[in-house]
Design a protein around this ligand. Structure first.
Ligand SMILES: Cc1ncc(C[n+]2csc(CCOP(=O)(O)OP(=O)(O)O)c2C)c(N)n1
Length: 340
């Protein structure tokens, strides 16, 4: 029976010849690093060692990885909290991410956030704004700056299907189209917003149809569990945007395999979908299957897995040994100039 985990056979990713063997392994490494890091972070959360909450991207790792690796070194991106793989693809160190979750003094927010609300400017990663959709106008502004300065750079961000009901997304899409700026939007259609199923919140949940029809922005619809398909779609969009083709969009169809956040067991979610996407369409295993079909020896695939697990363990140990913030530092960075 399709979707029955007992009989499930993993569906390999697409086999696009334009994606090199090295890039396939890189995608696998990034997607797996995201998966393993979040497993460790969930354990830390259950141990009461994380002050904030955890919003996993389990089942959606291929989207951030495929998109992040499609950008050039000078491009910028604004990932959401489920897009840890985009940070990793851009070269953000796992230890840096762990230091933020653990609230360390040497982490990106110096103990002020225990989640993914941080940017890494030297990697072209903008900080996350929690208000849904608010990153859309921000990256449109960045793309406008690139255009006005005559720089061949591209800006990219993500939004969820829930965020698509927020005004800023629409103002941003409209402005991007009117100004014809080099920006790429990646819609994460994971069928839920918190506990609300998308079809309960919008009459037409086909975002690509609405982005193309409403804003005349080309939008490719891809399987968001297939890292190679996502990567090719975003890479093509980035190339078109860089060449002066204006804004581009990709709608990645995924399923959120966990609840909204660590406190939510997601009992309201469709069990058949979870079974299907947690097995046959697991983004990590789909890539592993692709590598095996490509002729990569199983021992080599296993070695990549072992390398990722060891690297994540090392990064976590490094973050755990980092110092806690000094309470005297609490108000620093809150005001433009220190209070006297
Ligand atoms: C403007 C705004 N409204 C409400 C919220 C609370 N909120 C945080 S995440 C979320 C659901 C987001 O759904 P979606 O955009 O589909 O992303 P997903 O969580 O599915 O990845 C809501 C309602 C918010 N952060 N910002």
């Amino acid at each position: 029976m399709p979707g029955d985990p007992a009989t499930a056979v993993v569906l390999p990713t697409t086999d696009d010849p334009s994606v090199s063997a090295e890039r396939r392994i890189e995608l696998f490494r990034v997607v797996l690093t995201h998966r393993v890091m979040e497993e460790r972070i969930m354990t830390l959360y259950k141990q009461g060692r994380i002050a904030g909450s955890v919003y996993t991207g389990r089942g959606q790792e291929a989207v951030g990885a495929g998109a992040g690796l499609a950008l050039g070194a000078d491009d910028v991106c604004a990932p959401l909290n489920r897009e840890m793989s985009c940070h990793i693809a851009r070269g953000v160190e796992p230890a840096h991410i762990f230091r933020n979750y653990l609230g360390r003094a040497t982490g990106p927010t110096r103990g002020r956030d225990g989640n993914m609300h941080f940017g890494v400017p030297e990697r072209g990663v903008f900080p996350l704004v929690s208000m849904l959709g608010d990153l859309v106008p921000v990256v449109v502004g960045a793309a406008l700056a690139f255009k006005r300065r005559g720089e061949a750079r591209v800006a990219l961000t993500f939004f969820g299907d829930g965020a698509f009901n927020c005004g800023d997304v629409h103002e941003g899409l409209n402005l991007a189209g009117v100004l014809n700026v080099p920006v790429v939007f990646v819609a994460q259609s994971n069928r839920v917003a918190y506990s609300t199923r998308t079809e309960m919140a919008m009459r037409n949940p086909n975002l690509s149809e609405r982005i193309e029809g409403g804003y005349a922005i080309p939008c490719a619809r891809v399987d968001g569990t297939d890292a190679i398909a996502v990567h090719v779609a975003v890479r093509n969009a980035v190339e078109r945007a860089r060449a002066g083709g204006g804004p581009q969009a990709i709608e990645a169809l995924t399923v959120r395999l966990d609840g909204h956040a660590a406190h939510d067991d997601g009992r309201y979610m469709d069990r058949d979908l979870i079974a299907e996407y947690g097995t046959r369409r697991d983004p990590v295993e789909r890539l592993a299957m692709r590598l095996v079909l490509d002729g990569v020896p199983r021992a080599e695939v296993d070695a990549v897995r072992a390398g990722v697990i060891a690297a994540v363990a090392g990064a976590l140990a490094e973050a755990e040994s980092a110092p806690a913030p000094d309470p005297a530092d609490l108000a620093n960075g809150v005001y433009a100039s220190p209070l006297s």
